[in-house]
Design a protein around this ligand. Sequence first.
Ligand code: IPE
Ligand code: IPE
Ligand code: MG
Length: 245
Amino acid sequence: MTPLETTDFDPSKIPAHVAIIMDGNGRWAKKRLMNRVKGHEKGSETVRTIVRVSRELGIRYLTLYAFSTENWGRPKMEVSALMSLLKKFIYSEKSDMMKHRIRLNALGQIEKLPEDVRSALVQVMEETKDNDGMCLNLALSYGSRDEIAGTVRLLAEQVKQGVMKSEEITEDVISSHLFTRGMPDPDLMIRTSGEMRISNFLMWQLSYAEIFFTPTLWPDFSEEEYKKILLDYQNRDRRFGKVEE
Ligand code: IPE
Ligand code: IPE
Ligand code: MG
């Protein structure tokens, strides 16, 4: 099969927002009798590829689930390896982000990240904030329930203080208080590694996303497979509850 080219895609059907649950690093390493951390290292190479392909195809928002609120419960050694990989990734990609006008953004409880990771993140987010190309969202210490609970608390406080009436709490108001405020909801969600669950990822925002599960482990996820999924996505009939004319 010849590799898919940018011209194989219908430009009017490129998803505005793609969200990915990057899963399977540990199993990739285990299969090779390596430490799980090796799988995370290899997985960060896949991140580079997927960022590049997304940008080349004109996807405006790419959201990557990198660390969940539940992932804090992993062994200390693995958590700290993930944190240092993250910091390394942020610094090493900075020049590429500037070159390609990518804006870095974080979704989640960034105040819970170790100080050095948080400051790397804040620094690069600040430096890239005026970039007008793709927005790269890293979901870090992210949990959808935590995000929704935070929004509910904030809105309840506003009602209590009389700045807002409870009947003014609409779907749009809720959306505008989530970490993804101002962004379109994901059109497409991909999860690698064969698990068929959401694992506390963007539950509100994924309401109408097209979902693809692939058995491929994240470190093996390739440009070709990603493009095949995007092509499949373009052939899906998105009805949004309506009937065809
Ligand atoms: C995904 O890979 C990366 C993170 C959750 C940080 P895993 O580490 O979950 O890999 P598996 O699922 O154990 O194979
Ligand atoms: C989801 O993967 C979180 C990330 C990819 C960052 P997990 O491996 O943590 O999720 P479960 O345990 O399979 O639900
Ligand atoms: Mg996993």
